[in-house]
Structure formats: structure tokens, C-alpha cells
Design a protein. Structure first.
Ligand code: 5AD
Length: 416
């Protein structure tokens, strides 16, 4: 251990992780997540986990290797861009834009498989699975695409109390086995900076998990207090890198304010998860290419891009949703542009195809989230319509584990 950074033995590999807890000593068995040691565990627990994975791990890796071999592109320019990405030379903005417009079937397949192979080379088969708790659907904003916008008077609003939120977190971590939690809400001023910090602190006291906050532009004071209370990640999308489009969609808001907020959180030390919506009206391929570059520039450790899905109670009700391949191309191009990133498959992608999650993984993605919002609130967190009727969380987890098993991925952050 040196300067708060510990060396960990991960199935024989040497990895480094920040020590975010005073109780950790050299030689301890630990859970590490998102580059941080989140919890010390007993030797007995470690032995059980290691015994499970020792058997399962090589088999999963073999399966992943089999499923993630790249096929050559038909177009010479694409083959060159891919080869350069594998050599550590990222594509230019123009090249990203061209990748987003690839149409030839062999080239599309080459793009996805290259992104998937690059994912495996850089990050092996690890897959992040975060639990998300959506604790309030009140929002002071009126985003043109969003179902929980202030002026949607048809929506029944809810807010969870501090103790309900802490209880939901306790359940996700200590019963379901998650090691990373995302606390999300609309921009709801009902929760003061002090209350947000209190929620984080109480969760950290009870739960050995990394806490991400996703509460929008809550203000510098709130981010400082949440950081002090132990939150370590911030999920906040910039939605689009085009300032004019941003202003059109967000009445009374400016892109610059959103970016300032993201940069402020990054400066405090928060791991940043950010990205945007795909398929907004008037959004060009050049603009999406810029979104990828902006995500890189913001130093994001996690890319969060998902399709825009029209919601009937919004001004964009009659606008088209994008094609599944538009989203997959963006995920794949993101992987070539930032080989080491965590790239999320969002639940919105599953609105475009039943096997959207699997397809996202096969196009370079390696993370997803499962909502553990209490059942009585889940349906009311109505960002976009037709969120899949959620099964029991336990069943959701089982299905996710089955998918990961089928494609040879190992969840890094939920229990075995
Ligand atoms: N379709 C898809 N995603 C949406 N979001 C909000 N509305 C929609 C929609 N109609 C996303 C926004 C926001 C996140 C919490 O939900 O990108 O950042």
C-alpha cells in the first residue's frame, strides 16, 4: 500500500485500487470496484467467492474469446481506422462520423466485432452491473424529451424519504449483493445539499458499496457535501454537445452550465459517467461524433449513451426513435475512440429490440444497470414510455446473470 493506493491480486493479475476506508490493511481480502476498495471481507467469504470464480472464470473467458474475434471490414478506410485503434491511435472526429454512417453489412459487422475484440483485449471479460435507485420523479426542469418534465401534469409524482432510500440501498447491497449503487432523481429541490449528503452518509455507513449520485445540476455545495459524505461517482449526461440543440431542448438552460457542473464534480474527484441521447431532432452524425469526443474530453470513466424514445406527454411525442443500429454504431465507435472506457448499455436500448442488451455487449459495451427502485415507485419513474414491465428484481438479476454467462462475461460488482 502506497499513498492510499493498494496493489491487489486479482486472479493472479496485479491491479491497483484506491483505499477509501481506514480499516484496510496489507494482506486483507477485499472487494474492489471502480478502482476503489469498497469493503474488507473475511477470509471465509473470500474463499467462497474465489472457489466459485476459480471454476467459472476460465470457462467464461474462453467463451468470451470465442465470441469476440473481429472480422475484416470490406472498406479499406474502415479497416485502417480499426487497425490504428488497435495500435492505440484513436480515430479523428471525421473518422468517427464516417463510422456512424457505415451501411454495408460486412462493414457494420466488422465495426461491432472490432469494438468487441478491443473491449476484450483492454478490459477482459469484466462487466459492471450497478444497481440504480430512482428516489424521486419530481423535476424543476422542462426537458422537451423527458417524461418526468415539470409540465407533465398527467404523471403521479413520488418522493422517497431518507429512510426509504437508505433501506432500498441496504436491500440492494446487503441482500442482493450489489457493490455499486446509483442514486438518481429529477432535479428535486426538496432534497437540500445537507439531506443529499445525509442520504449518502447513511448509505456508506451501512453498505460496502461505491455510491454514484445522479441528481443533475444540484449545485456546487451539494456536490461538495455529497463528496465529503462519501459519494465517489457522478452520473450526469450533457445530453448533446451541440449548444444550439441543447438550448432548444432545455428551456431556460444552457449547455455551458451543465458542462461546468460535470467539470466541477470531476475536479472534486468524482468518477464521471456521462454521455447523451441518440436520435434527437436535428441531430447530425457530426454532432454525435462530437458527443463522443466531448465524453472523452470530460475524462469520463463511463460512457452513458442511449436512444431517445418519444414520450406522449412531451413536445417530442411524434418524433421518431432512432434505429437500433444507430445506437450500436455509436457504442462501437466509442469503444474505438476510448478503448479503456466502461461503456453502458442503457435500458432504453432494450426498447428498440428485445435482445438490445446482448447486441450492445457484442458491439463493445461492458456495463449495465438494474433498477432496484421499490416496486411501488418503479413504474412512476417514467422518463420514456413503456419501460419494460420489470420482473421481480431477483428475477431480473437471474436473467442478467444468465445473459452474462451465455456471452462469457463476469460481473465485477454483484454477488455470486
Ligand atoms: N428517452 C430516452 N432517454 C431519456 N431520458 C430522459 N428522457 C428520455 C427519453 N424520452 C434520459 C436523459 C437523462 C436520463 C436520466 O434519462 O438522457 O439524462
Amino acid at each position: 500500500m502506497k499513498n492510499g493506493v493498494a496493489e491487489i491480486d486479482y486472479f493472479g493479475e496485479r491491479k491497483h485500487a484506491l483505499v477509501d476506508s481506514p480499516e484496510i490493511r496489507a494482506g486483507d481480502f477485499v472487494y474492489a470496484q471502480a478502482g476503489m476498495i469498497v469493503k474488507k471481507i473475511s477470509e471465509k467469504e473470500a474463499a467462497a467467492v474465489l472457489c466459485h470464480w476459480k471454476k467459472a472464470f476460465p470457462e467464461l473467458r474462453r467463451k468470451d474469446e470465442e465470441l469476440s474475434r473481429r472480422t475484416p471490414a470490406a472498406a479499406e478506410w474502415l479497416e485502417q481506422v480499426i487497425t490504428r485503434s488497435f495500435q492505440g491511435k484513436p480515430p479523428s472526429k471525421k473518422e468517427i462520423e464516417k463510422m456512424l454512417g457505415v451501411e454495408d453489412a460486412a462493414d457494420v459487422a466488422a465495426l461491432y466485432s472490432a469494438a468487441n475484440e478491443l473491449r476484450r483485449r483492454q478490459l477482459k471479460n469484466s462487466c459492471c452491473v450497478h444497481a440504480i435507485i430512482e428516489f424521486s420523479n419530481y423535476c424543476r426542469n422542462d426537458c422537451a424529451y423527458c417524461g418526468i418534465r415539470k409540465s407533465n401534469s398527467a404523471l403521479q409524482r413520488y418522493r422517497m424519504s431518507v429512510s426509504e432510500i437508505v433501506e432500498a440501498a441496504d436491500y440492494a447491497v446487503n441482500k442482493l449483493g450489489f457493490k455499486a449503487l446509483v442514486l438518481q432523481s429529477g432535479e428535486d429541490e426538496h432534497y437540500s445539499p445537507e439531506t443529499l449528503a445525509e442520504i449518502v452518509r447513511k448509505i456508506r455507513e451501512k453498505c460496502g458499496a461505491v455510491v454514484f449520485v445522479s441528481v443533475g445540476e444540484a449545485g456546487e455545495d451539494a456536490y461538495e457535501k455529497m463528496w465529503e459524505a462519501g459519494a465517489r461517482g457522478a452520473l450526469i449526461r450533457f445530453e448533446t454537445s451541440d449548444p444550439a440543440l441543447y438550448a432548444d431542448l432545455h428551456e431556460g438552460q444552457e449547455l455551458k452550465e451543465r458542462l461546468d457542473c460535470i467539470r466541477f464534480a470531476a475536479k472534486l474527484g468524482f468518477l464521471i459517467a456521462t454521455g447523451g441521447l441518440i436520435g434527437l431532432p436535428g441531430q447530425s452524425k457530426a454532432s454525435l461524433a462530437q458527443d463522443i469526443l466531448l465524453t472523452k474530453e470530460l475524462g469520463a470513466e463511463m460512457f452513458s449513451f442511449g436512444p431517445f424514445i418519444p414520450h406522449s406527454q412531451t413536445p417530442l411525442a411524434s418524433h421518431q426513435k432512432p434505429a437500433l443500429d444507430d445506437v450500436l454504431k455509436l457504442l462501437a465507435a466509442s469503444r474505438l475512440a476510448e478503448p479503456n472506457a466502461k461503456i453502458l448499455v442503457t435500458t432504453a436500448l432494450e426498447k428498440l429490440a428485445a435482445d438490445g442488451r446482448r447486441k450492445g455487449f457484442m458491439a463493445g459495451a461492458n456495463s449495465f444497470m438494474i433498477s432496484t427502485t421499490p416496486a411501488k415507485y418503479f413504474g412512476k419513474y417514467d422518463l420514456y414510455p413503456g419501460k419494460p414491465q420489470r420482473d421481480e428484481v431477483v428475477e431480473e438479476i437471474r436473467k442478467a446473470q444468465q445473459l452474462l454467462q451465455e456471452i462469457g462475461r463476469a460481473p465485477t460488482d454483484f454477488g455470486v
